[in-house]
Design a protein around this ligand. Sequence first.
Ligand SMILES: [Fe+2]
Ligand SMILES: [Fe+2]
Length: 501
Amino acid sequence: MGLFKTLSERLAEAAEDQGRFSAALTLFLRLGMAALLTAVLVVHQDLAVLTLPYLFGLFALSFGAGALLHQTLKKMPDYEAIGAKAEKVLYICTFLGAGGAQLVVRAHTGEGLPVEFLAFAPLAAQALLAAVIIGAPMSVIGVTVTSLLLGIARVVPVEVLAPAWLCSAAAANLVSPLKRRAHLVRAALILSVLQAGAAVAVASTMYSNGLHIAESAVWGAVAAIIAASVFWLGTAFMEKLVGITSDWTLLELTGPDHPLLRELVMRAPGTYAHSVMVANLSEAAARDIGANPIACRAMALFHDIGKTERPNSFIENQTGHNPHDDLAPRVSSKIIRGHVTHGVVLAKEHKLPDILIDGITQHHGTSVIAWFLHKELERCPDAHSKDIESDFRYAGPKPQSREAAILHLADMVEAASRTAKPETKFEDLIDSIVEATQRDGQLDECELTFRDLLETKRAFAQVLSAMRHDRIEYPEKEEEQPAENESDDHDSEQLEKANSN
Ligand SMILES: [Fe+2]
Ligand SMILES: [Fe+2]
């Protein structure tokens, strides 16, 4: 006992030491980043200006800015999952913005030429990159911090910096969310017009020469095109560096020409139709609760790609004979669960990003394939459900993010709605699925709040009503109560089948 106590105490001390060490390391890294940022900010300054108090002031402000960004990021709902990566994105983007501004200042040699409006480019590129990876609000905060530091260090004159900040904040919102690939071209065009307009407005207060004012407009527009090009080239590099997949990459993957989706259409058309429906449901719910709709759409399109191995084993692809009629329930369960493992193999072969692999592994969580479990219990009445349940449960893990949780629910709702009786109300069907999922603990490891669930259910009902409008709904009558019970039985049957989708 004494030995055990000593060991546990030592382990606790070691954990405490490790915690202290990692906190010290983080502080050291932040100090290093602030020193580096200070160096970037003063690189073009005259040596006469670089006094110790001046350098210390800039260093303190850079460190304070880093601390502010860290505290703001901590308030993100999924900070545990991507907070550290998002902080890295902000640091890299800030270096890009500050370093790019220095380059423009060095290029601006001709006195009286309005080339200074090219300084719009690095800030806009910073805003675009950060917005598409970590969202517009954080991107705007990052650009604000960079602009303030550039202004304090007198790298860029305030009359250029103020419109540059304004246009960058607009740029962040133009690409977040980026719904289609073509939207980048639209965003670049709008940004060109905005920056040209802002440059003309500022140049009108600086120059009396009309030619200079017109040139300012051209440089402002050119800066937008440079920013869009840096964004286009830099996104993949940034993703590799920090390990976050941007909406831009997810959009590229969701095009119908992806080989895995083409194979799904050819080999399992029913599953493809199901995946598109799940994508519509989860995208709508994600938009309503402020989760990432593009991530949800991409996860939904790829979640069942593993079914291409044995498409006929899944109800949505069957046209006649059901192969499970000739199989033992345990074998059927193994085949059904196999679509998750095979999906992961295919996803890795095609180098799909981690977020899509998470969608594949988590879309069933650790739920039970009740349909075949009941069949097995009917076959062996002496068996206890608890003893054999593990053979009928998916390996999981349970949904870890709000997007994975939405996918988990949308998958079951779509499957159940496909075969629900016309008189079943979608709201009731969705309620029963969400309740059963909560009871089974499948939503215990994600950040979905009670309010999110309400919004999600509402979004599902709206999308289902719009998509399955051909169903005839019957009015409810008091005397038809037995029929409703019958419908409940039917619904629970759909729920059981839904777990195998
Ligand atoms: Fe599935
Ligand atoms: Fe599915």
